[in-house]
Design a protein around this ligand. Structure first.
Ligand SMILES: CC(C)(COP(=O)(O)OP(=O)(O)OC[C@H]1O[C@@H](n2cnc3c(N)ncnc32)[C@H](O)[C@@H]1OP(=O)(O)O)[C@@H](O)C(=O)NCCC(=O)NCCS
Length: 176
């Protein structure tokens, strides 16, 4: 198995049209349907990176600022930002397009975490991510702090061990 893979090799793009069965009573896309699509596109990106079966471990807070309307075309782009041991962070960007009106808006950004597992569901090691573009490098650098924050919130890491996270809040105390 490759020890390192380029971030761009995991890019996955999925396009859906919002149909009546996808909407709430205001004719807007239901949040749960969008999260389902996000989970799928992100899982495919994680599979491309790891060449393994993957399971969703967490989805960071998703806010719904803007409704997506019936008939809009929704494009979801996912890419692995960084891999750790068995887990990898996936960045998802969502845009909604009203094609007849020639309007396109960026509606959501989210980070999901997937874990690569073997046939028995046990976590298994995955290749490192090699970021190339400026955006990929920025996402790669931030991934460590985001991982620490989600592991602290999930009570899987002690706050005092989240060194990189603490450094952005300047919580180490004044230098002596
Ligand atoms: C995700 C899962 C495989 C982790 O198993 P585990 O026995 O806790 O394994 P570990 O403690 O060794 O953790 C494995 C990795 O998962 C990561 N992880 C576990 N819980 C996490 C969470 N809440 N958020 C982010 N990462 C998490 C760990 O940090 C670790 O990452 P690393 O290997 O890169 O260091 C296991 O909890 C599971 O199978 N969950 C159900 C997954 C599922 O069914 N998803 C669909 C939801 S319906």
């Amino acid at each position: 198995m490759a020890k390192k893979k380029f971030a761009k090799d995991s890019v996955t793009i999925m396009t859906e049209m919002v149909l009546p069965n996808d909407t709430n009573t205001l004719n807007n896309l239901m949040g749960g349907r969008l999260m389902h699509w996000m989970d799928i596109v992100a899982a495919i990106a994680a599979q491309k990176h790891s060449n393994r079966i993957v399971v969703t471990a967490s989805a960071d807070s998703i806010s719904f600022k803007q409704p997506i309307n019936l008939g809009n075309v929704v494009t979801l782009k996912a890419q692995v930002t960084r891999a750790f041991n068995s887990s990898m962070e996936v960045f998802i960007e969502v845009t909604a397009e009203d094609i007849p009106a020639s309007k396109k808006i960026m509606t959501h950004r989210a980070f999901f975490t997937f874990v690569a597992v073997d046939q028995n569901g046990r976590p298994i090691e995955i290749p490192e991510v090699v970021p190339e573009s400026e955006e990929e490098k920025e996402l790669f650098d931030g991934a460590l702090r985001r991982r620490q924050l989600r592991l602290v919130l999930a009570k899987r890491m002690k706050p005092e061990d989240a060194k990189e996270l603490k450094s952005i809040f300047n919580l180490e105390g004044p230098a002596t």
